[in-house]
Every structure is written in structure tokens, then in C-alpha cells.
Design a protein around this ligand. Structure first.
Ligand SMILES: [Zn+2]
Length: 463
């Protein structure tokens, strides 16, 4: 297997804003998505370079020179040139070079589709004056490398669709990363918190079987994935509903035989609390009445889990969905509850964990060491502890980025890390987030920012 190298090319930059619409510039979006992609390829251990890492003007010649000098003129080099389209339309396009097969472009497009983006087309484009040549210089002047232009969507699309592009840029980037990894036989590991909601079609699967597995419907799967037919291909990646899409466990639908007392007991709360939460003036309930069970939407879920340790099976639950909800496995649930089959009954009480799992989070803050878990990388651990990969490597005398499950790592104490940062020329929210191992969303929330615009000299709260 040839070794994959990646050059990421954030389209446009500097004096060339690319497409401009809705008060937004293509060049900013392409830089944001490219910088994210750069980090992720790093995390996956794939050699990766950006053609630009700032708002820089690049001539076509400079751009192709940077591409060819990154890892040489080799077919092992995949070039991902990131763009937004304009001119009226919806959805993604992928354009590949005349010298390459359509495999990568097709994979990229179908993965973007799995993230909910409309799939327009993948295609080649020829120079009208010499149809033996590619139309775009990024294909024409990049030697033997394998370049694709990814048009994620249209910057002049409806506000909803533009917001989709912005809100989901990480997922769209992951779609491309996943497609490249699959294409080159590299292990793809999803980042924590993102992409848990995809499913790779296995032999024997049907939309029906997958819908059942994820407690959803064929219609919802088709709509999530923009599928026009019921035909699936083995290896196809499907988006499946995530927990945020499913109704909150924060409400309860009154069943026949329920009383406020029985419901309070079931959810470890009190009759008074239920009455107050639901503004009830009497104790009378009606079947199918929807009751709020707890105040906060998500924050207490975790506490509930730790303390309650049991779960009452609701309509629509499966062992799989419950395992996912409580970060455990079907096997673990079956063993804890001595189940011999996967069949559950509504209102059945399941034990969720052996008594004490509640300490995990506390350990992390106080102990200053961390035990590597399956799926961890230096990058994810650095992010978790507000530190950097380099610092972790230096503290632990690591010479490579490889970790082993159950390896014990020293973690720097949090007092060394600054809490504010003053914006300098060339910064953007993404680069600052990266510097401090946080996210753009976190920074925006902490600083009450409503846009991504920063001013030089502006003080940002980092954590
Ligand atoms: Zn462009």
C-alpha cells in the first residue's frame, strides 16, 4: 500500500475572496474547514500540509508549487481543494482530474450526502481550447498528484442552507476525511462527540433492518441521507439519527395505571416537584399526558445515570439504544440484568451499571494522570485536558504519537494555562481555538460573540 500524503488547499485567500454572498466570503469558510481538516489528518497520523494557513493571496503558480513541493510529484499525494460554489443552486459537487478514476470523487460525494448535504454531481471538466487538458489549474498543473475540488455547497443558497454549511462544517470535513481514508485503506477514527451517528452498511443489511436497529423509520433514513431508492451498497456510509434527534428523555408520557406518585418514584423525584414542574394544580393525570420530569434539558442526564443506576424501558427502546444512551454495551446490559434474549418489555427495569461508575470525571480533574481508553489519541486527550500534544509528549517522554490502551499518561496541572488571550493580526477564532485546545463554539459562548469577526487587540476569555 502506497503511503498517503495529503495537501489541503483552502480555496482563494487574501485579495481574492472567492464567492461572496450573504455577507460572507468563500475564502474564510475554506480556511476554516481546511484548518479543521489539517488537525484531523494530523490526528489520524497522515502526513498533511496546508497551501495556506492564513488569509494569504496565492497565485495559481504559487499554489501549485506549494502542492508539488509538499511531498513531491507523486500519485500518493491527495490534494483536497476546498471551495464553496455560487451562481444559484443547492448541494455539493466534486471535480476530479482527467488522469484519475472517479472512485475518490464518488466516495467523497456520497459521504457528504451521508452528512445530509444534497449531492449534485461528481465530474471532470475539460479546457475548451484543448480538451485533452483539465479546465481547472488545480487539476491541470499538479503533476501526478490526485487532486479533487470539493464544492461543499452554494454560498448564495438560502439562509437555511448556508447555515447548514456553517453549522456542519466539521461533519462535512469528516465526510471528506473518511472518504479519503477509506480510499487509501487508512483507519478512520471518528473524533469524540462527532460522527457517532454513522453506520457502515454490512452484507445482508436493508434499510428496514438498519431502521429497526436505530429505532427509526425507512423514511427518516432516506430523508437523512437524501436517498432516492431503497438500494444499499455494502460499505456505504449512512447517517443515522443521533441522540439529539430523538425525543428527550426529559419527558414522560402518562400510561394507564400511572399516578404522580408512581411516576415520581420511577424517576427519583417527588410528587411536589412534578406538580411544580408541570404547573399541575391537582393530582389527576390523563393517559398520554406529557409530563416534564426534570428541569434542565441535558445537564442532569448524567447525574441521573450515575445515581439512579436503573432505567425503565420506554416504548421504542432497544437494548442497543439503551446501551448507547448510557455509554455501555448490549453485552454488558444483558450480563448485568441476566437477560438471555434481546427482547425488552415496556416498563421493565434495567440495571445500567455496577454500583460505582460515577467517579470517572472527578478522577480526571484531580489525579493528574489519565489512563488511555480505546479511541483516544494524543490530540483528543490534549483537548480534554486543555493542553497540547507537544506538552503531553514532553511530560511523558513520548517519541511518537502512538498510544496503547491502558497506558498511563501524566497530565499537566491546569494552572499553567492562560485564561485570556489578546487577538493579534492574522488570528481567527479557529486558529485561537486550536491554539488553546478549545472549540470555536466554546469561545463564542464564553465571550458572547454573535459572529466570527474579531478585532485586533480584543481580549478573549479562553476558559
Ligand atoms: Zn472557489
Amino acid at each position: 500500500m502506497d503511503e498517503l500524503k495529503v495537501v489541503i488547499d483552502p480555496g482563494h485567500g487574501g485579495s481574492d475572496p472567492g464567492a461572496v454572498a450573504n455577507g460572507k466570503n468563500e475564502k474564510d469558510y475554506t480556511l476554516m474547514i481546511s484548518q479543521y481538516m489539517f488537525e484531523r489528518f494530523n490526528e489520524l497520523g497522515v502526513p498533511v500540509t496546508l497551501t495556506r494557513d492564513t488569509d494569504e493571496t496565492l497565485s495559481p503558480t504559487e499554489r501549485t508549487q506549494r502542492i508539488l513541493s509538499a511531498y513531491g510529484n507523486s500519485p500518493d499525494v491527495v490534494v483536497i481543494s476546498n471551495h464553496l460554489n455560487a451562481g444559484g443552486g443547492t448541494g455539493a459537487e466534486v471535480i476530479y482530474a482527467l488522469r484519475n478514476s472517479d472512485t475518490l470523487a464518488r466516495n467523497v460525494l456520497s459521504n457528504l450526502g451521508a452528512e445530509g448535504q444534497t449531492m449534485r454531481k461528481y465530474y471532470q471538466r475539460r479546457l475548451p481550447s484543448d480538451t485533452s487538458k483539465d479546465y481547472y489549474f488545480i487539476h491541470r498543473n499538479t503533476g501526478k498528484t490526485e487532486p479533487i475540488i470539493v464544492e461543499y455547497g452554494f454560498i448564495d443558497d438560502t439562509p437555511e442552507n448556508v447555515r447548514f454549511l456553517e453549522d456542519n462544517y466539521k461533519r462535512l470535513a469528516e465526510a471528506v476525511i473518511r472518504a479519503v481514508a477509506l480510499y487509501k485503506g487508512i483507519d478512520y477514527i471518528a473524533p469524540p462527540g462527532l460522527m457517532s451517528n454513522t453506520y457502515i452498511v454490512q452484507k445482508g443489511d436493508s434499510l428496514y433492518s438498519i431502521a429497526r436497529k436505530y429505532n427509526t423509520t425507512i423514511e427518516e433514513l432516506k430523508s437523512l441521507n437524501n436517498l432516492v431508492s431503497n438500494t444499499l451498497q455494502v460499505g456505504q456510509i449512512l447517517r443515522v439519527p443521533s441522540e439529539e434527534d430523538t425525543p428527550s428523555s426529559n419527558t414522560y408520557v402518562v400510561q394507564k395505571g400511572d399516578s404522580l406518585y408512581s411516576i415520581a418514584r420511577r424517576f427519583n423525584t417527588t410528587v411536589d416537584e412534578l406538580k411544580s414542574l408541570n404547573n399541575l394544580t391537582s393530582n389527576v393525570l390523563q393517559i398520554n399526558q406529557v409530563l416534564k420530569i426534570s428541569e434542565d434539558d441535558n445537564t442532569m442526564e448524567d447525574d441521573d445515570m450515575d445515581t439512579a443506576n436503573t432505567y425503565i424501558v420506554q416504548k421504542g427502546d432497544s437494548l442497543y439504544s439503551i446501551a448507547k444512551k448510557f455509554n455501555t454495551t448490549v453485552e454488558q446490559l444483558k450480563s448485568l440484568n441476566n437477560l438471555t434474549s434481546n427482547v425488552l418489555q415496556i416498563n421493565q427495569v434495567l440495571k445500567i451499571s455496577e454500583d460505582d461508575n460515577a467517579m470517572e470525571d472527578d478522577n480526571m480533574d484531580t489525579a493528574n494522570t489519565y489512563v488511555v481508553q480505546s479511541g483516544d489519541s494524543l490530540y483528543s486527550i490534549a483537548r480534554k485536558f486543555n493542553t497540547t500534544v507537544d506538552e503531553l509528549k514532553s511530560l511523558n517522554n513520548l517519541t511518537s504519537n502512538l498510544l496503547q490502551i491502558n497506558q498511563v499518561l501524566k497530565i499537566p496541572s491546569s494552572s499553567d494555562i492562560p485564561t485570556t488571550y489578546t487577538v493579534v493580526a492574522g488570528d481567527n477564532l479557529y486558529s485561537i481555538a486550536r491554539k488553546f485546545n478549545t472549540t470555536v463554539d466554546n469561545l463564542k459562548t464564553l465571550n458572547n460573540l454573535t459572529s466570527n469577526l474579531l478585532n485586533i487587540g480584543q481580549k478573549l476569555i479562553i476558559r
